[in-house]
Design a protein around this ligand. Structure first.
Ligand code: HEM
Length: 489
């Protein structure tokens, strides 16, 4: 590289040989990058061994690079651990190019705002199932939220409705969820830096994640194959429910010669909806519950709004959304307060570039630090506080903008964002309408105040916390217990 090139973006001093690898812990990197950003700015340069890493700590920098220059910023690094696990035909891990565009053309049209109108029925029904389940067994709240997120995805991606715990889909999604959550920090495990570790025996130092990937490949194989076999069988019997997978398979069988994608690519595209859509939705809902147990005052305000707009004879539905501005604020603040995907998903830049006089080298990993963006003090007052009123117009609130960038950027932006938004909103509105989410009272008569702490990983969940939930009254209980019939929506 020319010595006359502009300087790299600033960054903390690193080791001349290994760079910053020893300074960056495996957990909660987003918070360290956020703190460093206060000293070094919103575009930072780090080096992990031979790999250049650029951290983007502001929406402005991410928009300038990942959105406006997306033609060169839309590649992905190689994710060997996920590949070993069986995520081969999966858009998230496919580099920028023709194959990526084929996957994008398969997935995006199925998840547009218009298409998502058609999934609202599924979401409204599953939200009602969730309310009933919570009333029956609130101790299993976290499991029930996962079940809700998974049920929506299973219906949209595969047309499968899970009715009992014995359904093979339950085990398949649990196993796959475990594999995804424990596969290590994407693109930052020892195997990512030393790919030869993939071929070393299991006892070899640094092989932990490679072993984990090998041991859990069965789960991803099952997720790829079982739904395909089931849907194929249902198609043969003429009993199939329309879904992403069934529509792609129908198109493939109609014209195998000219179909742009192979069977494996189709299975991978359906699988990515589970990979990307289940845990993220679940984590955000858990964050909403944590915020509610800590802030009864915001629950009261949202409940008063719902009572005034919707009344108490029915549950809120999607058509009420525009008339419930404070519920919207709670939903947006639940997304912002502890962004569920704190470091986004890394991009890779395809060419040397210069941004505001700083050199960004070809091949660098670009990390959009969503956590830093949502904690940006230039945009949010007291950003670590959960405060939905911040979005309200003055003088009631601060007129702050809804969070931006939580669903990624540019050509890699999350195609599931509209589906996710609806899945989240209907639960937020339905729970606020029917339940009081309270703190548990301990044996000593004092309130059990949940600790505000979150797990580290691709998705970030609150640490376990207890709630005491009861219906808001007899009428709310009636609404929760009413029969779920299709024509109620
Ligand atoms: C709260 C829920 C969700 C959050 C916070 C979220 C967030 C994200 C983020 C940050 C990315 C990376 C974007 C980038 O690289 O710039 C992403 C990618 C992706 N998401 Fe989501 N997501 C959510 C739900 C969903 C759902 C429900 C689906 C599908 C049903 C989905 C499908 C995808 C796919 C396929 C990608 C990969 C896109 C690509 O690599 O081109 N996501 N998501």
């Amino acid at each position: 590289r020319s010595k006359n090139r502009p300087p790299f973006p600033p960054g903390p001093p690193g080791d001349p040989l290994i760079g910053h690898i020893r300074l960056v812990p495996p957990d909660n990197q987003e918070l360290l990058f956020y703190q460093w950003g206060k000293t070094y700015g919103d575009v930072m340069h780090l080096r992990f061994l031979h790999r250049d890493v650029i951290v983007l700590n502001s929406v402005k920098a991410a928009v300038e690079l990942l959105d406006k220059r997306s033609i060169i910023y839309s590649d992905r690094p190689w994710f060997p651990i996920f590949e070993m696990m069986g995520w081969i035909a999966t858009i998230t891990f496919i580099g920028y190019g023709k194959r990526f565009q084929r996957h994008r053309r398969m997935i995006h049209p199925y998840l547009t705002t218009n298409k998502c109108e058609g999934y609202k029925l599924i979401q409204a029904r599953e939200a009602r199932v969730l309310l009933k389940n919570l009333l029956a067994d609130e101790g299993r709240r976290d499991d029930l939220l996962r079940l809700y997120a998974t049920s929506v995805i299973l219906q949209v991606a595969y047309g499968q409705q899970v009715s009992s715990n014995d359904d093979p889909f339950v085990k398949i999604t649990l196993d796959a969820g475990y594999a995804i959550a424990n596969g290590g920090p994407p693109a930052s495990t020892p195997v990512d830096f030393f790919p030869f570790l993939r071929f070393m025996p299991s006892w070899f130092p640094g092989c932990h994640y490679a072993n984990f990937a090998r041991d859990n490949k069965f789960a991803i194989d099952a997720l790829m194959n079982y739904p395909y076999e089931k849907v194929t069988q249902q198609m043969a019997e003429g009993k199939v429910t329309h879904s992403f997978l069934s529509s792609q398979l129908e198109a493939l069988y109609r014209d195998k010669e000219n179909h742009p994608n192979t069977l494996d690519e189709i299975k991978g595209a359906a699988g990515v909806m589970f990979l990307a859509g289940s845990d993220t939705t679940w984590a955000t809902l858990s964050i909403f519950f944590l915020a509610m147990v800590l802030h009864p005052e915001y629950q009261r305000r949202a409940q008063a709004e719902i009572d005034a707009v919707v009344g108490t004879d029915r549950l809120p539905d999607f058509s009420d959304r525009k008339s419930l501005p404070f519920v919207e604020c709670i939903y947006q603040e639940s997304l912002r307060w502890n962004s569920a995907v704190p470091l986004g998903v890394a991009h890779r830049v395809l060419e040397d570039d210069v941004y505001e006089g700083m050199f960004i080298p070809k091949g660098a990993l670009i990390i959009p630090n969503a956590r830093a963006m949502t904690l940006d003090e230039n945009i949010y007052t007291n950003p670590s506080e959960f405060n939905p009123t911040r979005y309200l117009p003055k003088p009631d609130g601060n007129n702050e903008p809804y969070p931006n960038g939580l669903f990624g950027f540019g050509r890699r932006i999350c195609p599931g964002r509209h589906l996710a938004g609806n899945s989240l909103w209907i639960v937020v509105a339905s729970v606020l309408a029917t339940f009081d989410v309270k703190k548990v009272i301990n044996n000593d008569g004092k309130e059990d105040i949940p600790v505000i702490a979150f797990s580290s990983g691709v998705t970030s969940h609150p640490h376990p916390f207890k709630t005491h939930m009861g219906p808001r009254g007899e009428q709310a209980k009636k609404l929760i217990l009413q029969d779920i019939v299709e024509d109620m929506y």
